[in-house]
Structures are given as C-alpha cells and as structure tokens.
Design a protein around this ligand. Structure first.
Ligand code: PLP
Length: 433
C-alpha cells in the first residue's frame, strides 16, 4: 500500500521540510557530474558569494556542508569552542533543548537559561550573567532565533546590545534554521559570529545541506578551538577554498543545482519581499487562530513567529488527533506538538515556498477561460501574487478537522478573517507591475 497516495496533492504545512518549487525540482533533475571538473568549482564560487546575501553579511565566510541542521549546530560549536568551555544557552522548546543536549554531549559547560515553553529567551538573565562574568569565562552565547516547536522568535538585536553593553567578548552563535530566508536576519549588523540554517526550511530545498556562516572573529576562534572535529573541520574547507576547488569531499551535485535555483527565486522575489510575505502569512494565520477562539502557544506578541504558529487546543482535545485527522482525511500535513507540548498544540508551518506558481497559473487559466487575453493575464498574475491562497487551503482544512474532533468552530470563520486581511494587504510584486 502506498501510504502517500491521496487524490490531489498533499498540503504540506509542517514547519519543515517544506514545499519545493517546481523549478527547483526541475533544476535538480540532472545526472551526476565530476565535481573536480571546472564547472562545479565555478558554480560553487558564485553559490558561496550568493549565500552570504541570505545571512546579510559581507564579511562572513560560508560553508555549504552535506548535513542537516543538527550537523550545522555541531559545525558551529566544534569549530569555535574547546571542551569545558562555558556557554549560555536558552531552553524555550524542543529544538533549543536538543541543541543544549548536543552542547553538553560535546563536553561544554552549559549555563541553561530556561523559560516556559511559549516564551522567548530570558534576556534579563543573560544580562545578569554577563554583568557578573568580569573574568570572561563565558565563551559563547547560543540562541535559537526561531524556536520551531513553539513558534517563538527571539530578538537577536537585543542579545547583541546586551553583549555590547557589558563589552563581553563571548561568541554569538545563532541557530537560524527556521528563520533565515523568511525572517529578518542581519548577521553583520547584529554581530552574529556563527549563523546556520538547513536546506529543507525556508530555502525550500530537500533536506541534506547545512549552511554555516562564520564571522572573522569565529574564524580566528577556530584556529585555537580544541574540540575534536573531522568531517566538520572548517580548516579543510578553507584549504580547498584557497586551491579554488572548494570541496574537501563529494558534494551533492543535484543539491548544488537546486540551491542555485532556490537562491535565484529568492533574489528574484527580493529578500525584503520574501520577509514581508512571511509576515503576511504569519498575521493571516494568527487572525484565523483568534477567529477560531483558540490561543497561540506564544505568550506575547513580541515573540510571534512568522514562520510557524503553534496552536493550543482545549484540554479535552488531543492535538495529535488533529494532526492524524488532517493526514487521513484531508491530505493535510500539520506539525505535531513536541515533548512538553505534545498533545497540547498542533503547528501550522507557513514558511518557504507556499505558492507553487505552476499550479496557480493553471488555476488562473481555468478561472479566466471566458475573459479577454489581458484579463486572463491579470487573473493569472493575481493568482501567482496572492501568496496567501495556499495558506487558505490549510486554514480551511484545519477548520474541518476542528469540527471533526468536537471543537465548536464556526466553519469559515478563520478563513474569512485571514482573507479579509490578505485581500487588503497583499501587494503586487514590484518586478511584475
Ligand atoms: N533547529 C531548529 C530551529 C529546527 O527547527 C530544527 C529542525 O526542525 C533543527 C535545528 C534540526 O534540524 P535537522 O532536523 O535538519 O537536523
């Protein structure tokens, strides 16, 4: 039995892995190539230059590594720290928990700053720790920019300011796995020393690529860091960068072509427009949640995430049943509640390639069959531009599921709230006016 089979397409609304654009799929549909030929190093050189743009850095050095977000964490830590080094790390959900666990297992001395799941990092505690640490025993502050388990976004500019206020030299290590390419991220401006992401999130690629970017200060730290590392050693990458061949081991040719296309799509849309689109998707989702009479797991507006919303359900409903129903009945994939919030929340991922253009062009044609040529074009363009349409399908699905599981939702209420907002706020894309 093919468990994946369902009529129509699966509505993938987990917060990663996300929908892959058709053009990225096509770009990856190619044979293997000799990565030592002149072609792959030439492409790699431009990829390395271009990925710096997604981190908003000119001084950073990027590493494109065959790994996942977890490997990218390990790359960031082992290249900059030595066993026994003191780190400050914020525990606010499942992914920050896993990163802390990795830090402990790698032998670092972790000061865990814990908050309720649904709250952001407690930066007052960071300030008091830095104030007390006049001997500069804290070697790194590690923070997950966007906690995917709870839909909480931390304020990185504030972290930078606290480090500066205390003139503390600790490295600033940031997990941007569910933020980079979707939320505002400014590596240079915020003085981030290592930033990292994974290909399956807002880059909208298959899983398998970890992208890590190191500041000049992080590169200096890597020269004396004593953590054992082999596969992730930046030194090997830097050696091959100098040689102009770029790869210490075999890269995935297909993913490189996919990354090229993914970056081109992001640049074509414009990174600022991409971020604004995610803000609209986040707002629309939150309005729907409010209209359903449900609560956001995120406790304050300042932490609301524009890439994932974790929705709290009443105690008489098991949120895992919502996710099961979505899959079994509506071909809709929602995110489960993880660990402490298992059974209590379900997650709507609204990041990455939410509108798949090809499908929408067809939709545009069908809708416009009886219109003139210009009108047809207008409808097609409108369909491509209204980035919330795909999200609305998800919200409609959630409403039906809520009804299925016995929650007294008014069908259409969330969709109407989201539509009203999107209809007012969705702009035309500048390049297509
Ligand atoms: N960090 C965050 C914020 C994540 O959301 C995830 C995965 O969802 C990870 C790290 C781990 O990434 P991976 O599963 O690619 O190893």
């Amino acid at each position: 039995m093919d468990y994946f089979y369902g009529p129509g397409r699966n509505h993938l609304f987990v917060p990663g892995p996300v929908n892959i654009p058709e053009s990225v799929l096509r770009a990856m549909n190619r044979n293997n190539e000799d990565y030592r030929s002149p072609a792959i190093p030439a492409m790699t050189k431009t990829l390395l230059e271009d990925v710096k743009k997604i981190f908003k850095t000119t001084s950073g050095t990027p590493f494109i590594i065959p790994t996942t977000g977890t490997g990218a964490w390990e790359s960031a830590l082992t290249n900059t720290l030595s066993p026994g080094d003191r780190t400050v790390s914020f525990l606010i959900g499942q992914f920050s928990l896993l990163w802390i666990d990795q830090q402990k297992r790698l032998g670092f001395n972790v000061d865990v700053v814990e908050s309720d799941w649904g709250q952001g990092a407690n930066l007052d505690i960071l300030a008091s720790k830095l104030a007390e640490d006049t001997a500069h025993t804290i070697k790194a502050v590690c923070i997950v920019h966007n906690e995917t388990a709870t839909g909480v976004t931390n304020n990185l500019a504030k972290v930078r300011k606290i480090l500066d206020d205390y003139r503390h030299p600790a490295l600033f290590l940031v997990d941007g796995v569910s933020s980079i390419c979707a939320l505002d991220f400014r590596m240079d401006e915020w003085g981030v020393d290592v930033a990292l992401t994974g290909s399956q999130k807002a880059l909208s690629l298959p899983t398998g690529m970890g992208i890590v970017c190191a500041s000049p200060k992080a590169l200096v730290a890597s020269e004396t860091a004593k953590s054992v590392r082999v596969f992730f050693d930046w030194k090997d990458y830097l050696k091959f960068y100098k040689l102009g061949t770029f790869w210490p081991y075999t890269p995935s040719i297909q993913l490189l072509y996919g990354l090229r296309e993914a970056l081109d799509l992001l640049f074509e849309e414009g990174l600022d427009n991409v971020i604004a689109r995610h803000a609209r998707l986040g707002n629309a989702t939150r309005l729907a949640v409010e209209a359903w009479g449900l609560k956001n797991c995120t406790q304050k507006e300042e932490w609301f995430s524009d890439t994932v919303t974790a929705v709290l359900v009443p105690p008489y409903i098991d949120s895992a049943e919502i996710v099961r129903r979505g899959w079994k009945r509506y071909n809709l994939s929602l995110g489960l509640g993880l660990n402490k919030v298992a059974g209590k929340v379900f997650r709507i991922g609204h990041l990455g390639n939410l509108n798949e253009p090809f499908e929408l062009v067809i939709l545009g044609y069908e809708t416009a069959l009886e219109c003139s040529k210009t009108q047809t074009l207008r409808v097609i363009i409108a369909a491509e531009w209204s980035h919330g349409l795909q999200l609305l399908g998800c919200l409609a699905g959630v409403e039906m599921i809520l009804k299925d599981v016995g929650y007294p939702v008014k069908l259409g209420s969330g969709v109407a709230a989201a539509c009203a907002y999107l209809q007012n706020s969705t702009p035309l894309i500048a390049s297509r006016m």
